[in-house]
Write a protein that binds this ligand. Structure first.
Ligand code: NAP
Length: 297
């Protein structure tokens, strides 16, 4: 599967993570990144940054671009948990008063309308279910299929989903997610899930691809020979490892040097042995809870 933006350009294989930036800071980051070459921007309704992206969208002309040149990805979330119910959200929770008065379709449509308004656009390139919400994913997915058929959303997918969640969607609708955005890293490689996504033509996008680099959790000593051979930083080696296994990484930074560094990974590729060496660092590390509402994920 080739994901394209509205002009039909194939998506650059590196997107920009945008959490937690907002407002003018977000807009400047998007414009700077667009000048470097980034075209895919990842956000979510609960990152509170969509209006900053909208600001950048209305200013893209200043760098010779327009809305159709970029690829905007957002998500359907539910983080409005009550203080005394930290694991349960406000929307996709059978006990919430809100859910008793609304349908899943109403909620999803309202969230998408809001995202469109905030981001100053009349279509989304990609919409994901942020987490598996037990009991609701199939209804959310059905509405997303409709939104795609109506042309409001170009690609539909999921985030933090494992095989069992994806199978649930497919069993009920026959429609595979086109994207699955999850954490993966040399120390948490999720080989089974990546293979499953590749097999089913579902693009695996990697969130937090550099978190373990930034935190010093990846052995620089083991990977130094590759850094020397290719004259690349540890971050660039890890990002390239993503690409060479079919995963599109979404690194976040607003630091101008790092914006360029993280995009400068298209002039080399890793050999099979080098890929194996990096993957051998795996010990199934998971640095954040993938879903607060789907125990045992
Ligand atoms: N779907 C989900 O559930 C989910 C969850 C988490 C994140 N995300 C998405 O993924 C995006 C990225 O994730 P993230 O922000 O958690 O992690 P990340 O992008 O992997 O890591 C960010 C950290 O790495 C540092 N960094 C960036 N480039 C670097 C480089 N070249 N060398 C060394 N350090 C570097 C950053 O510092 P500086 O900023 O100082 O450069 C920051 O401390 C988010 O913005 C969001 O869009 C999605």
């Amino acid at each position: 599967m080739m994901l394209t933006n509205k002009r039909g350009h194939i998506i650059p294989m590196v997107g920009l993570g945008t959490f937690p930036f907002q407002g003018r800071t977000m807009a400047d980051m998007i414009l700077n990144a667009s000048s470097v070459g980034y075209r895919l921007f990842d956000t979510a309704d609960d990152y509170r940054g969509e209006s900053g992206i909208g600001m950048a969208v209305s200013e893209l002309y200043t760098i010779g671009l327009s809305r159709e040149d970029i690829f905007l990805q957002t998500k359907i979330s539910d983080n409005n948990a009550c203080e005394n119910e930290p694991l349960k959200g406000m929307f996709f929770n059978p006990n919430s008063k809100f859910m008793k008065r609304h349908t899943v379709e109403n909620i999803v449509r309202e969230k998408v309308e809001n995202s469109l308004r905030e981001m100053n656009t009349d279509y989304l390139d990609s919409l994901l279910i942020h987490y598996p919400f037990p009991g609701y994913i199939v209804d959310i997915w059905r509405t997303m299929i409709q939104l795609k058929n109506e042309g409001l959303v170009r690609y539909i997918g999921v985030s933090n989903f494992h095989e069992k969640h994806m199978e649930e969607l497919i069993k009920d609708t026959g429609v595979y997610p086109e994207i699955n955005e999850c954490y993966t890293s040399p120390i948490g490689s999720k080989k089974g899930l990546v293979d499953y996504c590749n097999l089913h033509n579902c693009l695996f996008m990697t969130y937090s691809p550099l978190m373990d680099v930034a935190a010093g959790r990846i052995s620089i000593e083991r990977l130094r020979p590759l850094m020397i051979k290719y004259n690349k930083s540890l971050a660039q080696i890890v990002l390239r490892w993503n690409l060479d296994r079919g995963c599109f990484p979404l690194p976040k930074t607003k630091n101008p040097m790092r914006l360029k560094e993280n995009f400068d990974i298209f002039d080399f590729s890793l050999t099979v042995d080098e890929m194996d060496l990096i993957s051998s660092l795996n010990y199934d590390y998971q640095y954040i809870v993938e879903s607060k509402t789907c125990p045992g994920l």
